[in-house]
Design a protein around this ligand. Structure first.
Ligand SMILES: [Zn+2]
Length: 492
């Protein structure tokens, strides 16, 4: 089965078969039913959303011998001749290849002649924005006083390049990107009919990759079908499209969350060459967006919970860098390099400006013997279980020579068993590269605890983030449009 077969076979032949353009289709059907026919139409929209397909259906219906409820019969000679590209009264021109004035002039010279078989002669000019200025002028003269037997239809992906004088003489129909769910529904219909087996994940991946273009969805489907020999599953689709696993994307955000420069280097080394770097960045930004929304949602039982402690400001920061760098994928010869530099920037330039990149790479796990004892700094370096991290987060400590006295609230102290004490001891020995004696008491001084330090740092980061965001021109525009007040955002 080739792409042409699938795409041609499933190209809508009636208005009711068009997917995701209900507003445009309804307007056209109504004008047919009410017999209010314009002489020039312009269809605007991104690639593969149905511009020329709708224009062809419109061509059929205005010349059809047996219109039923605003739809062409699709059986009469006029309808079939359009379907078979054999109608002499229907001219389809691609302005991208025939754009010179002479060519436009020779086309327009045929306008005064009456149609051979049909009621109307139809000129469909695709990518009309590609016409030269002279061609537009020649066209404008005809549009100012078109003979009653002629209909013009234009299609464009860049309507802003079409002169206003032309636009003002056309009925403009803006076609939308087809919604992902609509693409999926149509794929289900096609796959079922074509006896292609698939699962939900593979469908969703194809719909998502099609970016609102049903034609692209079919092109992708063709590729995947021939690769998977008619049986689609998530893994095969990912392989064909170079889509990274969710696991990899989660790992990337985990690394960013921990500002883990060493982990990032390993991550980049391990990155599969088959993955599309652009898609990986896209999926990462998509995840960042989901996490941001999740942080403000009531539902707290989700796989995204593991990212709930990333500050909203840092998520904004990652997103901004990603969006800024994304555009360069079109022009770079080294997508992997671009992805690497983008992720490094996200890790290295944290909102806390003091933590520059070199300090991340040089950060040692050891502490000099004569260094000032700051418990929260020691705590960060300790390699201990999450449970112990949680308990020691609310502890204070003093050090005298090789003795460390850890103070914890009495009820928490009870939870520290012998095995935990060994773990703590081992970790501290490692940090100081010597044998440390640890003892425990309940004389907690919370102001010297990691918890207290963390609160102070968060407050400071939040203030710095507010300053950075307040100075950002883009943010100013967005915030004034949404009436966001930064003071309120941080009170979470
Ligand atoms: Zn017909």
């Amino acid at each position: 089965m080739s792409y042409l077969v699938l795409a041609r076979k499933w190209r809508p032949k009636l208005f009711k078969e068009v997917v995701g353009q209900d507003h445009a289709v309804r307007a056209l059907k109504n004008s047919i039913i009410e017999k209010k026919l314009h002489q020039a139409f312009i269809f605007n929209g991104t690639r593969g959303v149905g511009k020329t397909t709708i224009a062809r259906i419109l061509t059929k219906v205005i010349n059809c011998e047996k219109v039923i409820d605003g739809e062409p019969c699709d059986l009469c000679q006029s309808c079939t001749s359009v379907n078979e590209n054999s109608s002499i009264d229907f001219q389809e021109i691609d302005a991208a290849s025939r754009r010179s004035r002479d060519e436009t002039m020779s086309l327009l010279e045929t306008v005064p002649y009456m149609p051979a078989m049909s009621k109307y002669k139809v000129y469909l000019i695709d990518e009309v924005h590609m016409l030269t200025k002279e061609s537009f002028n020649a066209l404008l003269k005809t549009l100012e006083e078109p003979p009653p037997h002629v209909i013009f239809m234009f299609a464009t992906t860049e309507i802003e390049k079409v002169p206003a004088t032309i636009l003002s003489r056309c009925l403009q129909l803006n076609l939308r990107s087809v919604k992902e769910e609509d693409v999926t529904k149509q794929l289900v219909k096609i796959f079922d009919e074509e006896n292609i087996t698939y699962d939900k994940d593979s469908l969703n991946l194809i719909s998502k990759s099609a970016n609102g273009s049903l034609r692209d969805a079919l092109t992708i489907s063709e590729k995947v079908i021939s690769y998977c020999e008619g049986k689609l599953d998530k893994k095969s689709v990912q392989e064909v499209l170079g889509i990274p696993d969710d696991e990899i994307v989660f790992k990337a955000l985990e690394i960013l969350k921990n500002r883990d420069a060493k982990g990032l280097v390993l991550f980049l080394n391990d990155l599969n060459q088959d993955h599309s770097c652009e898609r990986l960045l896209d999926n990462l930004l998509n995840l960042v967006q989901k996490v941001s929304i999740h942080q403000f949602s009531e539902n707290k039982d989700s796989e995204l919970d593991i990212f709930s402690d990333i500050s909203p400001e840092y998520l904004q920061f990652i997103y901004q860098i990603g969006i800024d760098n994304r555009q360069y994928f079109n022009s770079t010869a080294d997508p992997q390099g671009l992805l690497s530099m983008t992720l490094i920037k996200m890790v290295a330039f944290s909102i806390d400006q003091k933590k520059n990149f070199s300090s991340f790479l040089d950060a040692s796990d050891c502490i000099e013997d004569n260094a000032e004892f700051i418990w929260s700094d020691v705590f960060i370096k300790m390699k201990i279980s999450t449970l112990l991290k949680q308990i020691l987060f609310y502890s204070s400590a003093r050090k005298k020579e090789d003795n460390i006295f850890i103070s914890i609230q009495a009820d928490k102290l009870k939870r520290i068993k012998e095995v935990h004490k060994k773990e703590i001891n081992f970790s501290l020995n490692e940090i100081y590269s010597s044998s440390i004696n640890v003892s425990y008491d309940s004389n907690l001084e919370l102001e010297f605890s990691p918890f207290f330090k963390d609160q102070a740092t968060k407050e400071k980061e939040s203030n710095e983030a507010k300053d950075i965001l307040s100075a950002d021109v883009g943010f100013k525009k967005i915030s004034s449009a949404l009436e966001i007040n930064l003071k309120n955002i941080n009170k979470r």
